[in-house]
Design a protein around this ligand. Structure first.
Ligand code: NIG
Ligand code: FE
Length: 424
């Protein structure tokens, strides 16, 4: 007697399993392991994957309540976006013009625009308004194939608003189909009231914000909570970042880091020494730090939509990182200043052209490796038995199309927790 399941996705032309490598991310020569199965089917029950394989075998063993006919399409795991700043109020369209007219991102920031402009608008917004402005962004990410998404605070920069942003993330996670992974980023920038006293702001983070966030976590959020810092000239120094990480670890949070986006301050050695889950951007990382990262478990999250959004030609040393054996993930960095992009497909297209990553490598970086970058490598990121039934049916027959075509949406059907969450 075949076992009854909720759904079978049948007639999959090309199934990319994107398997974990011995329970770990794909790295070195294993990066780009598609785990390809032709003429495949996937069976799911109670939102989990119960069988994956050639369709004859799956159909013989399982009897579905619903069949989704993939009609020969490519199917991959739901994409995982491990780096976003999704919750903000307002926009910064005017800064694109300012940059075209010659101002740099950090000049605009120093003049009170940039992150601090979004901070002003975010502080003035209600929780309800923040949720209403963020929800369509999350929906757009889901409609483009992202089923798990990391989301940072960091446009509050005072204790009350940072907690409001954490609440917004928690509420949106409950309301929306997409799964959200929260990160506290009180150290996103120096707020105006501390413009002349960045150490004073670090004191506030360490003595007030992190303890309050720890209480929030204890009361409301049982999962892993990350603490991210913008380690950058004009933002937080290495010493300030170390102070923040030390307190964050004591409060039970896991560090992750923005490093080497504009200036190389030594963020990579700091992240590795702190056991950060990931170190992100790496546009100007010195070559001798590539090996250090490769020898660690810290994931290099590359964000090629950011230099694209800024109109600069710097690129992360993706090929050197991959050759040295570092774990590489890809994310959007979705934010109102440098990269308002909810679409991971566009990131795959950029990675293939600007980072020299193959379509298979970039797909692994946007699925299984990105899942490990948010500590969910055992739950999502690959189509393996026991994992969440999060998968995307693409309007393509071959995985290379995801990096090859760009500018539109190739997602045909998005299945989240075993249910159809979007269909084109
Ligand atoms: O990753 N660098 C800091 N954070 C974002 C930009 C945020 C903003 O400009 O609002 C980034 O690029
Ligand atoms: Fe960022």
């Amino acid at each position: 007697m075949p076992m009854i399941v909720d759904r079978i996705v049948d007639r999959i032309g090309q199934l990319c399993v994107m398997p974990a490598h011995e329970g770990k991310p794909q790295r070195g020569e294993y990066l780009g392991d598609l785990g390809l199965i032709q003429n495949a089917a996937v069976a799911m029950l109670h939102g989990r994957i119960v069988a994956v394989g050639e369709r004859e075998a799956v159909l013989a063993a399982y009897s579905p309540n619903a069949i989704t006919d993939a009609e020969g399409r490519l199917v991959t795991p739901g994409l995982v976006d491990p780096h976003t700043h999704m919750v903000w109020a307002g926009d910064r369209a005017a800064e694109l013009e300012q940059r075209i007219n010659g101002a740099t991102y950090m000049e605009i920031n120093a003049a009170g625009g940039g992150i601090n402009r979004t901070v002003r608008e975010t502080r003035a917004a209600t929780l309800e308004s923040l949720i209403n402005q963020t929800a369509p962004r999350l929906l757009r990410a889901l409609q483009h194939g992202t089923t798990t998404l990391e989301c940072k605070t960091g446009y509050g920069l005072n204790t009350a608003t940072e907690i409001t942003l954490l609440n917004a993330i928690a509420l949106l996670d409950m309301e929306q189909r997409i799964d959200l992974v929260p990160t506290f980023m009180g150290a996103h920038d120096i707020p105006p009231e501390f413009a002349e006293d960045s150490d004073g702001y670090v004191d506030l983070i360490v003595n007030e914000m992190i303890p309050k966030v720890a209480v929030w976590k204890a009361e409301l959020y049982p999962g892993i909570l990350y603490c991210d810092v913008f380690c950058e000239q004009g933002a937080f120094s290495v010493a300030q970042t170390e102070r923040i990480f030390e307190m964050a670890r004591m409060a039970g949070m896991t560090p992750r880091l923005h490093a080497d986006e504009f200036a190389a301050l030594g963020g990579v050695p700091l992240a590795v020494a702190a056991g950060a889950r990931s170190v992100d951007h790496l546009l100007v990382t010195p070559v001798d730090q590539v090996r250090l990262l490769a020898a660690s478990e810290t994931i290099a999250t590359l964000l090629p939509a950011t230099p694209f959004g800024l109109g600069i030609t710097n690129t992360a040393p993706a090929r050197a990182l991959i050759e040295a054996g570092a774990v590489v993930a890809l994310g959007t960095d979705c934010n109102p200043g440098t990269a308002w992009c909810e679409n991971m497909q566009f990131v795959l297209a950029l990675a293939a052209r600007n980072l020299g990553m193959t379509p298979a490598q970039s797909l692994a970086a946007a699925t299984i490796n990105a899942a490990f970058a948010v500590d969910r490598g055992d739950q999502v990121g690959s189509i393996e038995v026991g994992k969440k039934a999060d998968l995307v049916l693409w309007d393509a027959e071959d995985y290379r199309f995801l990096a090859y075509r760009f500018g539109g949406n190739l997602a045909h059907t998005v299945i989240k927790d075993g249910e159809i969450a979007y269909q084109s």
